[in-house]
Design a protein around this ligand. Structure first.
Ligand code: BDP
Length: 324
């Protein structure tokens, strides 16, 4: 090797080391399986990040919740043991009080209203608090509305009386079920199908894609359109990992998340219609609830108790409700 060549080789080696030292490889948590809109959206996000950062940031998505239950995975992201994921804001409430805005039943008028709130002033407050807590939202996903399903139709709050209903991990959901005289049962998503099948719970609540994707429709008979919760989801990243990126890379990763979220919302619109059609074709009876006022009225005590214990949330709730 001539002198020049060896200098060149050494310089190349240093350059390669520099590239690999600055390259970030992130693990992403996703609870859903193939066939769910969010799984395709997270795969798309990984592709977009790779392209936008020229491979400086790469994302390996772990589907099917294999990296842990949602509350565990959130804690992992908060401390940076998992870098990123698609999370539902419901289980973020116990960790970030402001996120509980979205877990107050009927707080949003519709899915478009939820997006207007999340993309407005109230959403900024929620996002800032989440970022402070270590779980920084980069973009919002659509998760439709959640409704009850069971072995019987649920047409009024009285129909919930005495039923054991699985809820996600958040005290607001246990209050919501108790307010209707039901018995709330917080449980990991992965355990719900078996619990419904064996009668450990009598019912649960979710949107159509999740109801279908993990087979809850195979072990229930009625899906009743209460639409009591409209909970957004996020692509959320460990705040410190994100802040450690250069401004250009932050921009690239955020841009990829926003684009993946737009893709997710399109997939969601089609996928939730399809999921509804599929479960109906499989024999699920879908009950429309013409008058949701009794369900809303049953939630008065949930709001009163929550706001009495958390008076600092009052302004945020009012801000959301006042959003056109
Ligand atoms: C699904 C959400 C997922 C939740 C799940 C649940 O996408 O994040 O873990 O509901 O009910 O709709 O636990």
């Amino acid at each position: 090797m001539t002198f020049n060549k060896s200098i060149f080789a050494a310089a190349t080696a240093v350059a390669l080391m520099a590239t690999s030292a600055s390259a970030e490889n992130w693990r992403a948590w996703n609870i859903h399986n193939d066939g769910h809109p969010n799984t395709a959206a997270m795969d798309k996000f990984a592709e977009l990040v790779d392209a936008a950062t020229n491979g400086e940031v790469t994302v390996d998505v772990f589907h099917g919740g294999v990296l842990g239950s949602q509350p565990d995975a959130l804690e992992q992201v908060r401390i940076g043991a998992i870098e990123i994921g698609n999370f539902n804001l419901g289980p973020i409430g116990p960790m970030v009080k402001e996120a509980n805005l979205v877990s107050l039943p009927f707080v949003f008028k519709s899915v478009p209203h939820m997006f207007r709130v999340m993309e407005g002033e109230a959403g900024e407050v929620v996002a800032a608090a989440m970022g402070e807590a270590g779980v920084l939202p980069l973009a919002w996903f659509d998760a439709g509305a959640r409704s009850f399903y069971s072995q019987k139709p649920i047409e009024t709050p009285a129909d919930v009386e005495g039923l054991k209903i699985r809820v996600m991990n958040n005290d607001l959901y246990t209050s919501m079920i108790s307010a209707m005289g039901g018995n709330p049962s917080p449980m990991a998503f992965s355990e719900v199908q078996q619990a419904l099948k064996t009668g450990v719970v009598d019912g649960a609540e979710n949107n159509f894609p999740s109801f279908k994707n993990v087979g809850h429709f195979e072990v229930t008979t009625h899906y009743s359109l209460s639409e009591h919760l409209i909970i957004p989801e996020c692509i959320c990243v460990n705040t410190a990992k994100f802040n450690a990126l250069s401004p250009e890379m932050q921009e690239a990763v955020r841009g990829a998340a926003v684009e993946a979220a737009l893709f997710q919302r399109e997939l969601w619109a089609v996928g939730s219609e399809q999921a509804r059609a599929d479960v109906e074709a499989a024999g699920i009876v879908v009950n429309e609830i013409a008058d949701k006022a009794p369900f809303q009225a049953a939630m008065d005590s949930v709001y009163a108790d929550y706001l009495a214990a958390n008076p600092d949330m009052q302004a945020l709730v009012e801000l959301a409700k006042a959003t056109e």
